[in-house]
Design a protein around this ligand. Structure first.
Ligand SMILES: Nc1ncnc2c1ncn2[C@@H]1O[C@H](COP(=O)(O)OP(=O)(O)OP(=O)(O)O)[C@@H](O)[C@H]1O
Length: 730
């Protein structure tokens, strides 16, 4: 303390200095110390940073996803002491050590023994993932280098990953990115990524799906092959297009009846070509010319761009000039559903989640759509797929070659398709399909939240509209190829095939008798299994090829040519998924029931429509009557108004006449007054003259009196006076 005092003493001065000066000195001293501290710390961090190479990865770009997956597997990343939790993740790689679910712990927090219900197929397991919080730096050791990893947020809200390393060249960072990419792609190899357009004109990662094998799509021979070859050929022909100056784009228009496999085929092609799918629903309420143009500009080079229900944006066939006035939004419930759901309710946490309100103004015009599809800003190298159920509603400009180069019509199922569908649906003892290449989609792996658990948050797209039971493990298990061990005598369901949990191969399972009370019965044999229990088993036994062929033919025989969609037949088979024989024999009956039901629905629809028509007519008539009444009233009012106007005009005229009469009178009066005044003036003048004359006369008389006699001259004097008065009055 004394040492400190002695140090400060010379600076603050002796005891004699004033307290104000001392205080000032202290402030200066403090400021100097703080500045020195800051400068030195900044210089130090500059010095340290000069040894670091730093790479930044924005969440809007792919390497961010690769690195996040890679990091999520690093133990150092998991040892972070500050976390944020999320149930949303990139869909792949969520089933790693960094995620956890209910099944990992019991109530006491301890990891439980494997539970029996672990084997329940389709059990929904929401997994929570820990992610290190923003702005904390983690140090990770990688290939002899210490990496400093930091997650941060930019001003616009997008996430950013910064990785720094002490190295002379950036090779280590390149290696890291490549390794992360490789791992990511290894994860993604069996999956396709789905992106939906959002109202900000960005693509939002929405889902990751298992690839759908081409074999699961049942189309008339040659169609799939043609499409696949065409798409492959296109992707290889970039130079060919460039040499000829043709925009490197290709469009496919899949049109036809609903439920015929349009979306499924696109899904399968995406899987085959390892392309991601970018979906935009043109009936979305927020879609506008500029948003669509922005979206088209942001589509990556190699991908499938899917415009679903192309006709939905324009209910009436719009002309090129047709602007906003020319279109209405589709009002059917299905389309409303799409409206509501399109735009992609992104599942990924924190990704572009700012201001998610939609503008509710669909201002997309046909010319805007055309420009967006092949304008200057439109991306090249993409495969454009458009689906529609109503080809006739499309403007020819939209479907002309160059925009839609290949057209494929999808019809209701032919007998050939029905047979193929049956063969695909039921397992055969001769099938040898490796897992992941089964004829039907492999069910999602446990923990794959995006595909299995988030169905609510997924946009309603027909691409993903497989019926839930179809993707259930029971269907998958129907493709198990290995005959199962023969049932034990104590099996309660006789020779029923036990269920497989999702993602497990049947070979890894053994048919275990279910634990039950009284399992130690010895005195009595168990009663025979009841019929309904036998028929309610969940998967079919594999059939031998001959039986399968016979049943498939029987099934196809019972299905009328091109009357029912493949989706409808699939729905029927799903009801009989464990009973191929019943499915084959019962199809004729189903067809009858279905026809009756359709006829009934059609009748009801017609009745409803007729009723609506009548009501509409009535409403129209009423409206017409009202209109006529209104017109009559308006006519009467007009007449009344006219009369009022006439009356007013007349009154005005009379008033004006009166006024002019008055004016005239006034003028006359004024004239008369003037005349009178003039006359008066004249009289006065004359009187004055007379007076003057009289005065003159009197003067003269006086003079004459003075000179002549009075009596003889008096008569002669009066005569000129009377004459003067008369002339004045005249
Ligand atoms: N040709 C087909 N091959 C295999 N499965 C099919 C076929 N057609 C339809 N399905 C099945 O029917 C369901 C609906 O098919 P999908 O959505 O592909 O039909 P879509 O033609 O796109 O219908 P929409 O026009 O209503 O969108 C899916 O579960 C799919 O598996």
């Amino acid at each position: 303390m004394d040492a400190l005092k002695s140090l400060i003493q010379p600076l603050v001065g002796g005891a004699g200095g004033s307290s104000v000066v001392d205080g000032m000195k202290l402030v200066v001293l403090g400021g100097t110390v703080e500045t020195a501290r800051r400068v030195s710390s900044s210089a130090w961090s500059h010095f340290v940073n000069s040894f670091f190479l730093t790479a930044h990865f924005s969440e809007e770009d792919y390497p961010y996803d690769w690195l996040m997956l890679w990091l999520s597997r690093r133990p150092e990343w998991q040892r972070s002491r500050e976390f944020e939790t999320t149930t949303r993740s990139s869909g792949i790689g969520t089933d790693n050590a960094n995620s956890f679910g209910e099944e990992d712990f019991d109530d006491t927090g301890a990891s439980p023994a494997p539970a029996d219900d672990d084997d329940i197929p389709g059990k929904v397991t929401t997994r929570v993932v820990f992610q290190p919080t923003f702005d904390t730096t983690h140090t990770i050791y990688y290939r002899g280098h210490w990496l400093r990893v930091r997650r941060s947020r930019k001003n616009d809200g997008t996430e950013m990953l910064s990785i720094s390393v002490v190295a002379r060249s950036n090779t280590i960072l390149k290696q890291l990115v490549l390794q992360a990419k490789k791992e990511y792609e290894a994860e993604a190899i069996h999956r396709i990524q789905i992106y939906f357009a959002d109202s900000h004109g960005s693509w939002r990662w929405t889902d990751s799906r298992h690839k759908r094998p081409m074999g699961s799509i049942v189309l008339n021979p040659g169609v799939k092959e043609m499409l696949l070859n065409d798409t492959k050929d296109f992707l290889k022909s970039e130079k060919w297009y460039a040499d000829r100056g043709i925009p490197f784009r290709r469009g496919y228009l899949l049109h036809g009846v609903p439920g015929s496999g349009k979306s499924s085929l696109i899904h399968a092609i995406a899987g085959q070509l390892m392309l991601d799918i970018y979906v935009v629903s043109l009936s979305a309420s927020w879609i506008s010319d500029s948003t669509l143009t922005t979206l088209m500009g942001r589509v990556p080079a190699r991908c499938i761009l899917l415009l679903e229900d192309l006709d939905a944006a324009f209910v009436r066939s719009s002309t090129r000039e047709g602007g906003n006035d020319e279109k209405e939004k589709k009002e059917g419930p299905q389309d409303q559903g799409q409206n509501n759901n399109s735009g992609g309710t992104g599942i990924r946490g924190g990704r572009n989640r700012r201001g998610e309100h939609l503008s509710d103004v669909n201002t997309l015009s046909l010319s805007g759509l055309l420009n967006a599809l092949d304008g200057v800003a439109a991306a090249e190298g993409r495969l454009l797929f458009a689906t529609t159920n109503h080809l006739d509603r499309l403007d020819p400009a939209l479907s002309r070659p160059g925009r839609m180069d290949v057209w494929v019509e999808f019809k209701n199922a032919s007998k050939w398709q029905a047979e193929a569908l049956f063969r695909n649906f039921f397992p055969s003892t001769e099938d040898d399909i490796p897992e992941g290449d089964a004829e039907f989609p492999t069910p999602s792996a446990p923990g794959s939240t995006a595909s299995a658990n988030d169905s609510d948050s997924r946009p309603a797209s027909t691409l993903w509209s497989m019926s839930p039971s179809f993707s259930s493990s029971s269907v998958a298990s129907s493709f198990s190829t290995t005959p199962l061990s023969s049932p034990t005598p104590s099996s309660p369901i006789g020779d029923a095939v036990p269920l497989f949990p999702q993602g497990r191969s049947p070979t890894s399972m053994t048919a275990q008798p279910l634990p039950q009370f009284g399992a130690s019965n010895r005195a009595y044999l168990p009663p025979p299994v009841e019929e309904h229990i036998l028929t309610s088993q969940h998967s079919a036994k594999p059939l031998d090829a001959v039986t399968l062929g016979i049943l498939a033919k029987k099934f196809a025989d019972g299905v009328p040519e091109e009357e029912f969609s493949v989706a409808a037949l699939q729905g029927y088979l799903l009801k009989n998924k464990s009973q191929p024989e019943a499915a084959a024999t019962g199809v004729a009956e189903w067809v009858v029931t279905e026809r009756e039901m359709r006829a009934r629905l059609k009748r009801e629809k017609e009745e409803r429509e007729a009723k609506e028509r009548v009501e509409r007519e009535k409403r129209k008539e009423k409206a017409a009557e009202k209109e006529a009444e209104k017109k009559e009233l308006e006519k009467k009012e007009a007449e009344l108004e006219k009369m009022r106007q006439l009356l007013a005009d007349k009154e005005e005229k009379e008033r004006k006449e009166k006024e002019s009469e008055k004016e005239e009178e006034k003028t006359k009066e004024a004239e008369a007054a003037l005349l009178a005044a003039a006359a008066q003036e004249e009289i006065k003048k004359k009187e004055q003259e007379i007076e003057d004359a009289r005065k003159k006369q009197q003067e003269q008389e006086r003079k004459e009196q003075d000179s002549a006699s009075d009596s003889d001259d008096s008569e002669a004097e009066n005569i000129p006076i009377q004459t003067a008065r008369k002339s004045a009055w005249a």
